[in-house]
Design a binder for this molecule. Structure first.
Ligand SMILES: [Zn+2]
Length: 162
């Protein structure tokens, strides 16, 4: 639980930094510049600076689910992570990420990783893996050589494969 609490503190601080950076940008823009257009350019810049992060935001279904869970959560998103809330953590799917590889893939589940090139340590450099029921619409067989002991694994499809 301490790790969850610490994680949420770091998450909250990071979100607040990003939020105030956006506020500052909007405040600094020349009046004739559209904030939405500027934000589009921020996304383009970030795609170069943090490609893995943008890839997750736009292509990893867990990010869309986190967004939808936060939207659905009563209260403002700013307060949503104020206190560790087991239901929210569950809703955000944080617990779905594997911290360690299982010895075997449980029946009824498949092992899936995100777009990030597999890293030796789960969770490092944006590499995430999880177990979920088979769903051909959002999993493709992955032929990278990660986790060979666990048999066939999947990854989320890229835009060209949807
Ligand atoms: Zn793979």
């Amino acid at each position: 639980m301490d790790d969850v609490k610490r994680t949420l503190q770091i998450v909250k601080r990071t979100a607040e930094s990003l939020s105030s950076a956006i506020d500052q940008m909007v405040g600094d823009l020349p009046e004739e510049t559209s904030p939405q257009r500027a934000l589009e350019l921020v996304i383009a810049e970030l795609t170069t600076l943090q490609p893995w992060f943008l890839e997750l935001i736009f292509e990893d279904h867990l990010f869309k689910e986190a967004y939808e869970a936060a939207r659905a959560y009563a209260g403002s998103p700013r307060d949503a992570l104020g206190q560790p809330n087991p239901e929210l953590i569950e809703a955000l799917g944080i617990s779905q990420y594997l911290a360690n590889l299982p010895n075997t893939v449980p029946a009824g589940s498949v092992l899936v990783h995100n777009h990030v090139s597999p890293q030796p340590v789960l969770g490092s450099d944006g590499f995430r893996a999880w177990l979920e029921p088979p769903d051909a619409t959002r999993q493709v067989v992955c032929d990278c050589s990660w986790a060979p002991d666990l048999g066939t694994h999947y990854r989320v499809p890229g835009p060209s494969q949807l």
